[in-house]
Design a protein around this ligand. Structure first.
Ligand SMILES: *[C@@H]1O[C@H](CO)[C@@H](O)[C@H](O)[C@H]1NC(C)=O
Ligand SMILES: *[C@@H]1O[C@H](CO)[C@@H](O)[C@H](O)[C@H]1NC(C)=O
Ligand SMILES: *[C@@H]1O[C@H](CO)[C@@H](O)[C@H](O)[C@H]1NC(C)=O
Ligand SMILES: *[C@@H]1O[C@H](CO)[C@@H](O)[C@H](O)[C@H]1NC(C)=O
Ligand SMILES: *[C@@H]1O[C@H](CO)[C@@H](O)[C@H](O)[C@H]1NC(C)=O
Ligand SMILES: *[C@@H]1O[C@H](CO)[C@@H](O)[C@H](O)[C@H]1NC(C)=O
Length: 445
């Protein structure tokens, strides 16, 4: 912010801002509404609670509530420290997070307790599910409940929250099938990789590693992102396929699904943010930069395929596919976070474009995100509202608010920032280079 103020005092900059940098001409979009009222946010949140039911929906809601309502518990917050060593966090674990963790333990299969408690930490899953990955999306909520001064000691279905979280980590590491390369499956029955995995498992393994100061787990979280990119990335477009491998149960989808790409980018950003909060961030800068680069390549590919609707298609590269608000929202979230984390402002025009489109046109009066893909039937529009879509809106708005607080513009015409807004070291360098270019440009003129 200081830098932005500084830049705005240099009159030359406005003369030569974006143009000399050789940025492709922005698509022309009309200006749109960008304000989302507190009343509307409340409706979006209420519906998220009312619609949520599946394991990953509850896990995504927990993360949305953390980032929107309780950011001091979010690894995106630069002052966030390990809950296990932070009494102020232990004394204030939010009730909605505890509720989601509690219902998870109430639904947790108890048959496995005989194994796990006699022979602890060989793996026990949080919930019964055909997907080995989806229940892990609740891992962070369960871990936080375990750190809570108030309920951490509660025993539900024979285990407390900390044991359940630890068992889920071990389950991922030792019980779930893997590919020959070592990628942990998204499915329990056979090795099959889904882009969705990226939001469910690596962020939890990373957060568990952060909270217990275990670098091995942070590295495993990064390695899983790398292995998934190797397997799912379409080399031509750089977008990720939805599902690869496996054959047993007839599920397949090799399409470049928008929501799958959104799960991947948002998940990798959570891993990057968590590594940064850890005591190993100095050692792991290369990993963080890789993750940011992998997010950037997806967002870059997606934004070049935005339609005149202001959104990307449900299958991003398929001209016959409908524009989808849910996947677009997660990709916009990721583009705002690339900026607030100080990686790049290259995609903020895209982020603002999607944000204003969703806020201005795709929220019904009752708070429903409209025109969102059916989360269970991936090639058609949903009709009953998207539980995960409701959480995506909260996530995007949390990232948008932080971006605006950091001085980001709300340009809805698809123009990216020219530098100076991204926080942190990289953003500073981008801004300094922009100033350099500006000064040279002014001098040459
Ligand atoms: C929630 O999920 C449970 C078990 O998966 C199911 O029995 C129930 O019908 C679902 N409720 C709603 C409202 O979808
Ligand atoms: C998700 O949370 C809702 C309550 O918000 C609960 O009814 C449902 O059973 C939970 N789903 C799972 C799979 O635990
Ligand atoms: C980050 O957390 C601190 C408390 O730990 C809080 O005061 C601050 O508002 C949070 N920052 C953001 C951007 O939410
Ligand atoms: C949770 O249970 C484990 C195993 O019984 C125990 O070692 C641990 O102290 C418990 N945690 C809390 C906070 O009570
Ligand atoms: C880190 O976690 C892994 C996996 O659970 C475990 O095998 C290892 O012992 C842990 N390391 C430390 C230092 O706790
Ligand atoms: C909210 O409004 C939309 C659009 O009018 C409608 O389709 C949906 O059924 C409503 N949802 C609820 C929960 O009332």
């Amino acid at each position: 912010m200081l830098l932005t103020t500084f830049l705005s005092t240099i009159p030359l900059l406005s003369l030569v801002s974006a143009e000399p940098l050789g940025v492709a001409p922005p698509r022309v979009f009309e200006k749109r509404q960008v304000e989302l009222s507190g009343e509307m946010i409340d409706k979006v949140r209420t519906l998220a609670y009312n619609l949520n039911n599946k394991s990953w929906e509850n896990g995504t809601l927990a993360q949305a509530i953390i980032e929107f309502d309780y950011p001091s518990f979010s690894p995106f917050n630069t002052s966030h420290t390990r809950p296990s060593t932070t009494p102020s966090l232990q004394s204030s674990v939010p009730d909605p997070i505890i509720s989601l963790a509690r219902v998870t333990l109430e639904n947790r299969p108890t048959a496995q307790n005989a194994d796990t408690l006699d022979n602890p930490f060989r793996g026990g899953r949080l919930l019964e599910d055909g997907s080995s990955a989806d229940p892990a999306s609740l891992g962070v909520a369960v871990l936080l409940a375990g750190e809570s001064e108030r309920v951490g000691g509660d025993v539900i279905g024979g285990v407390n929250f900390s044991v359940a979280a630890r068992e889920e980590v071990e389950y991922q590491l030792y019980n779930v099938p893997r590919t020959s390369e070592g990628a942990i499956s998204h499915r329990a029955a056979e090795a099959q990789l889904w882009a969705d995995f990226m939001y469910m498992v690596p962020p939890f393994l990373a957060y568990y590693g952060f909270d217990t100061a275990n670098q091995t787990l942070l590295q495993i979280a990064y390695d899983q992102c790398r292995l998934y990119r190797d397997a799912l990335q379409d080399k031509d477009t750089k977008l990720w396929r939805h599902i690869v491998g496996g054959e047993g149960n007839g599920i397949s989808d090799s399409g470049l699904w928008a929501t799958g790409n959104g799960w991947a980018t948002a998940g990798m950003l959570r891993v990057a943010a968590t590594i940064r909060r850890s005591e190993f961030s100095g050692d792991m800068q290369d990993q963080v930069n890789d993750l940011a680069g992998w997010v950037g390549e997806i967002v870059d590919a997606a934004k070049s395929r935005v339609t005149s609707s202001g959104l990307v298609r449900n299958y991003i590269d398929d001209q016959s596919s409908f524009p989808d608000t849910a996947g677009s929202t997660m990709l916009a979230y990721s583009a705002f976070r690339l900026s607030t984390m100080g990686f790049t402002n290259d995609h903020t025009g895209f982020a603002n474009q999607v944000h204003s489109t969703v806020v201005g046109r795709h929220l019904a009066d009752n708070g429903t995100l409209t025109d969102a893909v059916d989360p269970l039937v991936w090639d058609r529009l949903g009709t009953a509202g998207s539980p995960e879509g409701q959480s995506f809106v909260l996530l995007m708005q949390a990232a948008y608010n932080e971006y605006r607080t950091a001085g980001g513009s709300d340009d809805t015409e698809g123009k990216d920032e020219s530098g100076g807004v991204a926080l942190g070291v990289k953003g500073t360098w981008v801004a300094l280079v922009a100033v350099g270019v500006a000064l040279v440009g002014a001098w040459a003129a």
